[in-house]
Design a protein around this ligand. Structure first.
Ligand code: DC
Length: 212
């Protein structure tokens, strides 16, 4: 079974995927890390962010097992990833890796922006996680403040608005909710409550399978 979790930046989809992964014992892939790793490698090698050929070559040679997550997290890499993720050749080069992962048995969880629409359109469970931009910025700001980053709330909110606009406005695989996805608005939910709703959605599918 494939669980596809999509949603905008800082919606809590990563935390939700990891919780589901622990709960069901299925592997999860944070596909944002793939785009972040392409952006990081380009930066490290001094390659311009609009060099489509180089970006696609790097994307095609990625090995998630070698990722150093610490160097990929953070607002700067998120922004750079958002920019290169609009390049169609980069997206194309990352399809195979993601679909291979999705084929793992008995189940796999992938989170990103286009999992339910492009990567796994036949996923049995699709959840679109969202929250208001103010709430997402508040969570991200708290997280950054706790880690000692002195960024202002207004700057975090502006960053979220910019990323939402770019990720939803690009022409290839834009961020959007699949028609058959379930909407999970976490604005008024804590992670525990969101997790319970998500498990309910998966269980509904699993029991539907058992009685078919
Ligand atoms: O989920 P994230 O914030 O780590 O993702 C970073 C950027 O990567 C995001 O702004 C857009 C891009 N991305 C994408 O285009 N498609 C995905 N499936 C995942 C991420």
């Amino acid at each position: 079974m494939v669980i596809a979790i999509d949603g905008p930046a800082a919606s809590g989809k990563g935390t939700l995927s990891r919780r589901l992964s622990t709960h069901y014992g299925w592997p999860c892939l944070d596909t944002g890390l793939l785009y972040r790793a392409v952006a990081r490698t380009m930066m490290d090698q001094g390659i311009a962010s609009d060099d489509m050929d180089a970006a696609a070559r790097i994307a095609g040679a990625l090995d998630p097992a070698t990722f150093d997550e610490k160097t990929l997290r953070g607002a700067q890499m998120g922004e750079a990833a958002s920019v290169i993720s609009a390049l169609p050749a980069v997206r194309e080069a990352l399809i195979g890796l993601q679909r291979d992962f999705a084929g793992r048995s008995p189940g796999a969880i992938l989170d990103g922006r286009d999992i339910g629409t492009v990567i796994c359109p036949d996923a049995e469970v699709k959840i679109f996680v969202t929250a208001t931009s103010e709430e997402r910025a508040r969570r991200r700001w708290l997280e950054l403040s706790r880690s000692g980053d002195p960024i202002s709330f207004e700057d975090v909110l502006a960053d979220i608005h910019r990323r939402d606009a770019r990720d939803s406005g690009r022409s290839t695989a834009p961020l959007r909710m699949a028609e058959d996805a379930r909407l999970l608005d976490t604005t008024k939910l804590d992670i525990e409550a969101a997790f319970r709703v998500a498990v309910g959605i998966v269980e509904e599918r699993l029991s539907g399978r058992a009685t078919r």
